[in-house]
Each structure stands twice: as C-alpha cells, then as structure tokens.
Design a protein around this ligand. Sequence first.
Ligand code: HEC
Length: 206
Amino acid sequence: MDSRLLRLFQQGTAAIALFVLPAGLASADGHNAHIAIENPAELSKEEAVAHYRSLNRRMARGYAAAQLDLILNYQSWPLFNDAPYISATHGQRFVNSYANRMAHNYGTLQEGEELPMGSVLAKDSMTVTDEGHIHPGAMFIMEKLAKGTSPDTADWRYIMVLPDGSVFGDTMGGRADAVAYCHVCHEQMAERDYTFYVPEEYQAGN
Ligand code: HEC
C-alpha cells in the first residue's frame, strides 16, 4: 500500500469512500476490501434486487469454495433487508444481511440482550458500478462462540471471505490480524451485542 493510500485508510472509511480507484481495479476486490469502488451506481430497490438475483448463485458458489460449514446454504436463511443496500462501512458495496435460525433475536435485540451461541450473521456483497459492471464482493461473517472463547471480542468471531472463496482473515484462524479491525468498529454497538442491524429504510420486518 503506498503512503497516500495508507494515510487515507487511517483517516477512516469516510475518506476511503472519496478515494477513487480506476474502474478496472474494482474487480481486484477483496484484496483492498475496505477501499471503495469507483462510483457505486444509484439503484432503485427493484434494480438492486434484480442485479442480486442475476449474481447470487455465482456468489454462493464462490464463497462455498472456502468450505466453511457455518455459511452453508446461507441464502436460505432469514434475510433482514428488503433490497441490497450500499454499505459505506463495507467498501461502498451493495450488501445483504442474513442471520441463521439460531440468531432468532437479531431483529429484536433490546439493550443488554445477547445473541445465543451458534448465531451466525452473514453479509454478502456485490459491486455495481455506474458503467453497469457487476461483480461479486466479499462475504462478512460474525459467529457467536461459546462463552469465554474469545474474551477480547465478546466471543464474536469475525471472518472475511473473498469472492473466490479464499479466506482473507479469520479471528479464530489464519490471518487473524487482517480482520482484527472488524471488532474495533463493531464495539460501538456493544449495547446491542456488537451488531448494527440494517438501516431503517431497508428493514424487512423479519
Ligand atoms: C468502520 C466500521 C465497520 C468495520 C470496520 C466493519 N464493520 Fe461490519 N458493520 C458495520 C455497520 C455500520 C454495519 C451495519 C450497516 C451496514 O451494513 O453497513 C455492519 C454490519 C455487519 C454485519 C451484519 C451484522 C450487524 O452488525 O448487524 C456483519 C456480519 C459484519 N458487519 C461483519 C464485519 C466483518 C467480518 C468485518 C471485518 C472484515 C467488519 N464487519 C468490519 C460497521 C463496520
């Protein structure tokens, strides 16, 4: 990473969102996973849903190469947003928010409540540029571990999987350092068990 990029990186996601990459680099995805793509397209909910439908099987096949049992068939889990929405904090990608059955109280968490052990939250992503290029993006995963397993992260495990199924980092496995920043940001939401949930205008009412 050159020093200018590094400086922007350190200034936080707002600055990163302003940093424009050449369109050709958008597919380099993942490797610069928190650097925004060029000009994310403005899509209606219907358009975002249609793009996702054209890509979701390919995305699932890509992530499946990671052979992580915890996200097996994640697209059949309850979906908490009514259309893919732009996540400024996950690299200006269009994201979805899935939660497995164990995470039954993800949508209704009250202050101080926690998700049960075995809860898995899976956020897949795609990039859509205003030139109409659509690419699968990274998958962001949180898993609630048994009490005491990871005291530094309130027993949350964070994993990022690249579109080709390679694991960018896993706080309980390889390249843990590469994903240590996940919890640092999610800590803002400690009173909601470290989850941000879905922006109001996209909540599906699950
Ligand atoms: C700069 C802050 C920030 C960082 C860094 C960050 N997240 Fe998030 N995360 C959010 C916000 C905000 C949301 C909810 C809104 C959205 O989707 O953008 C979210 C949502 C999620 C969700 C859905 C569960 C929830 O919180 O409701 C998962 C899963 C997730 N992030 C995983 C990750 C992983 C894995 C990483 C690291 C690779 C990561 N996040 C890094 C801010 C962050």
